[in-house]
Design a protein around this ligand. Sequence first.
Ligand SMILES: *[C@@H]1O[C@H](CO)[C@@H](O)[C@H](O)[C@H]1NC(C)=O
Ligand SMILES: *[C@@H]1O[C@H](CO)[C@@H](O)[C@H](O)[C@H]1NC(C)=O
Ligand SMILES: *[C@@H]1O[C@H](CO)[C@@H](O)[C@H](O)[C@H]1NC(C)=O
Length: 395
Amino acid sequence: PVLDIDSITTMFTNSDEAVINKKLPKELLLRISKLITCFLFYSQSWNVLALDGSNWQRIDLFDFQRDIEGRVVENISKRCGGFLRKLSLRGCLGVGDSALRTFAQNCKNIELLSLNGCTKITDSEGCPNLEQLNISWCDQVTKDGIQALVRSCPGLKGLFLKGCTQLEDEALKHIGAHCPELVTLNLQTCSQITDEGLITICRGCHRLQSLCVSGCANITDAILHALGQNCPRLRILEVARCSQLTDVGFTTLARNCHELEKMDLEECVQITDGTLIQLSIHCPRLQVLSLSHCELITDDGIRHLGSGPCAHDRLEVIELDNCPLITDASLEHLKTCHSLDRIELYDCQQITRAGIKRLRTHLPNIKVHAYFAPVTPPPSVGGSRQRFCRCCVLL
Ligand SMILES: *[C@@H]1O[C@H](CO)[C@@H](O)[C@H](O)[C@H]1NC(C)=O
Ligand SMILES: *[C@@H]1O[C@H](CO)[C@@H](O)[C@H](O)[C@H]1NC(C)=O
Ligand SMILES: *[C@@H]1O[C@H](CO)[C@@H](O)[C@H](O)[C@H]1NC(C)=O
């Protein structure tokens, strides 16, 4: 058969490369493949086509193409870099580390890279110097990926796995076994994880200072005990929506982790003033505290904060929105918090404008976020024609 360049291009831009493999005999494929390689790198006229890298989103150099040199791969990388999505180097014995280095620098959009049988490529040493890795929302990542990662990157200090929803306790066990340097770990909304996996992290990662497990609804007080026993340097703990946590767990935590600075306890619906009392006594560095939707908190708990972190001029942000028992008395207790910069009071129905005004006389620069429903006008306003119902006023 006679093949012209156009038909070869058509085949190569066909989304299913396997079709070519099936339709043509191997000897011919070898020739086509060599022809293309040849044209791609030596022929001026083909260069024009090849330079339009968008024609080359997939390249398969076939498993019998043993004489592809590393330079060829480097040239492909440079020419097709941004466009190349799939590259198969199956059986390319000539391709080594240097070619892959160029490839890694240029082909940022690669989705599939086959190196099957590329025996000249040496073992990767992993990323011994990598300190921060953010693969948040990569929801296809599983325990195997995590295992490979933590084994080859022993220097990781920050690992962000927010929204990696497939991760289960097995993945956490791999992290817990290889985290000599880990300081920050974010597992927000990894909703399948439980105490079992997290406890191995607490026991294994002694340098941990920041942990986010917000939205991991299955965890219990056992985590707070494990943190208290193993991670005394903890500074940041985010456990929003972990509604099984109670005062018992937070008491152990506070008694052991005196360096806590930031805590997000939003919707930890079981906690009471007991937690605030322990935090006030043992955690004088507390700067940011969210108690949104912690409906059992009262003015008494806030009074203790006023004599704890506030007395040390630390507390900067306190979120009390949707805490229905909080009244103006809480604002009185906070008036000595000179570092207080922001307070959230949305839907605190017992807070009044007058209370906020009094707080402002002590803390003139504080940002207060509150909402007051418009007052219903007295029935005497206007004539009968202008009388309208409550709902209409709100609308
Ligand atoms: C790679 O590209 C360079 C510069 O464009 C060229 O001189 C060289 O011959 C090419 N090498 C191969 C093996 O294709
Ligand atoms: C991690 O990546 C996500 C998604 O790109 C981004 O929103 C987030 O800010 C990043 N987090 C950090 C700590 O870099
Ligand atoms: C998490 O808790 C829910 C509800 O209590 C339960 O159905 C689910 O099986 C738990 N998941 C795990 C992984 O334990």
